[in-house]
Design a protein around this ligand. Sequence first.
Ligand SMILES: Cc1ncc(COP(=O)(O)O)c(C=O)c1O
Length: 404
Amino acid sequence: MAAIRSTSLVQTADEVNRCKISDRSNIDAFLAMDVLTAANAKTAAGHDIVHMEVGEPGNGPPKRVIEAAKRTLGHRPLGYTEALGKPALRRAIADHSRNAYGVPVDPARVAVTIGASGAFVLSFLAAFDAGDRVVVPEPAFPAYRNMLQALGVEVVPLSLGPESHFKPTRAMLSALDGPIHGLVIASPSNPTGTMLDGDELADLADYCAANAIRLISDEIYHGITYEREARSMLEYAPDAIIINGFSKYFCMTGWRLGWLIMPDDLIRPIERLAQNLFISAPALSQEAALTAFDCGKELDLRLDVYRRNRELLLNNLPAAGLERFAPIDGAFYLYADVSHLTDDSKAFCDRILDEAHVALAPGADFDSVNGHHYIRLAFAGSSECVAKGAERLAAWLRRQSPKG
Ligand SMILES: Cc1ncc(COP(=O)(O)O)c(C=O)c1O
């Protein structure tokens, strides 16, 4: 039921009796998820919608993961696991990190979480108090900003644009006023795909270490890169919180499984929070994920699809007037400047969904300052879908006149 508030200073009997809604829940919606809901409603009404609004790999998990899940369902009761995850999976994640980055990781520092999303909740609660100030570069995954706000943490936006290739730098951090308690970065980033190189990560790590800033590095798109491999903050900042998960490279979005690697001082705080907030991550997903690290060959084939989709968009969109993109070093997003066409990316995406039947995410989701001039296309689906989406979008764009 919609909330109707009286404009009078005198409360009506109805208002006196109404239970309150917390101020902390009054955060922005995750707009891409709102688009998903609207697009699914259109599909249910019989429309043929091309989904490019959320970053969801078109193919499911590798075969061996599915087989492991089936075996587990048939033979094991699925109880709670330890709050920080099954020891075997924590060991497998530690081994994976050592193999990928050459940094030994004590499995005791690994927590298995309910998606990377669950890892954020645990990290933010363990590291920050209400009133602390945390820098979030924009554009960024909207949940960082929205979750921190719900926790009463002050978000300090750091506005990034094409002039810095959408990368945060030490100089930008040192130019900020006031105390800073934390910094959240992502490389490759969502929505831009931009990746920070080793020296850039090292620079941010040094600055944070020198200023007692808790560094949180979201590395969920590792494994999905096009020109060079991603470097991990693990290599440069032993005390950073590293967040990763099974949703993207491993194609297991709905299995709701992620992980974090935490510094020693946060192990017990995060364990206490995990016990009380979630008890444990899903046992079935944890059991099946044990096989995921052995599926590199199958998963790397999916990279070929993303690579083809990326080329297809980069080759076809400029002719339709979309020419200014963030550099897509990794992930599966194209973040395009549409400032010549609109000042309202949300209304723009609504129209594209209604008229072209292509679901896209508005930049306003990711950037409170400049997002009204951007749209994000997710190209993790099949090449047929991406080609169809690009064709429809290009045809629609050709019919638009420049704004104003
Ligand atoms: C940068 C980034 N981090 C985290 C997540 C959430 O991942 P999960 O499905 O593991 O909760 C996403 C999802 O799109 C993302 O883009």
